[in-house]
Each structure stands twice: as C-alpha cells, then as structure tokens.
Write a protein that binds this ligand. Sequence first.
Ligand SMILES: [Cu+2]
Length: 147
Amino acid sequence: MVYGNRLIPGIRSCFSVMLVLFLLSCSSGAEPAADCNPHTGSCTKQAGAYTVTLDINPKPVQHMKELTFDISIAGDSAVVLPDTILLDLSMPGMEMGKNQVELSKTGEGYYSGTGIIVKCPSGRVLWRATLLISETLNSSFTFNVRD
Ligand SMILES: [Cu+2]
C-alpha cells in the first residue's frame, strides 16, 4: 500500500478512533447522558415503591481504583429485601465484559461492596451501574468516571 505517509500517522490513527466511535455511537443510537454525579455526593432514583440511593467512594470516582459502593433502599413495601444485591457495571452501547460487584447487607435496607471500574480503551468514560435488586426490580445510574 502506498498510504504510508509518515507525516500523518497520528492524524490517521486519530481518525480511525473517531471512525470507530462514530460507528459505535451509530449502532447504539443516541448517546445516553449521565444522570448521576457521584463525585460530589450520592444519587437517588425511584425504583417501583422504593427510593434507591447510590454512593460511591472515594471521590472523585476514578478508573482503576478500588471503589466502595454503598446503597440504601427505602420504602414502605412489605417485600423482603435479599441478603445480597448484585451491582452490574457496564458501558452504555459497548460490550466491556461482565463486571459485577456483590453488595452485602450491612443493615436493614443498606448494602455495601467493593469493585473496580476499568479504563475503556476507546476513551469513553460513561458507565452504568445497575442494581439487580430482584427479578422485577432494578435501578440504574449512569455517570462519568474520571481519570
Ligand atoms: Cu468501553
């Protein structure tokens, strides 16, 4: 191939990355936006009859650092909450491999566990934490992870 112009390999690889990102964003539709800022406080969502709060520490929440995920579930439903809850970490629109954190009950409606969010080679930083509370009840938070 006569494409070997050595002055612009950086530009060409940058273009390739952009092309890949473009194709990925094309295949996954509109890029979802973060709906949670875990860097300065906790995030709260409604899940059925429950109010679910997620807090991630230490802050700011960074890649490749051991993170503690604390959740609290409040509600006046009589449904018994499980002893452990899985927190599934994924990237919207990307297949990153399974990353699930087991959260153990630390009190009535309180759960805690530790895990790591890897750094995505694409440079994207948007992650989603989905709490698999029960077969019919889950709650997800989408947030940007910092370097
Ligand atoms: Cu990724």
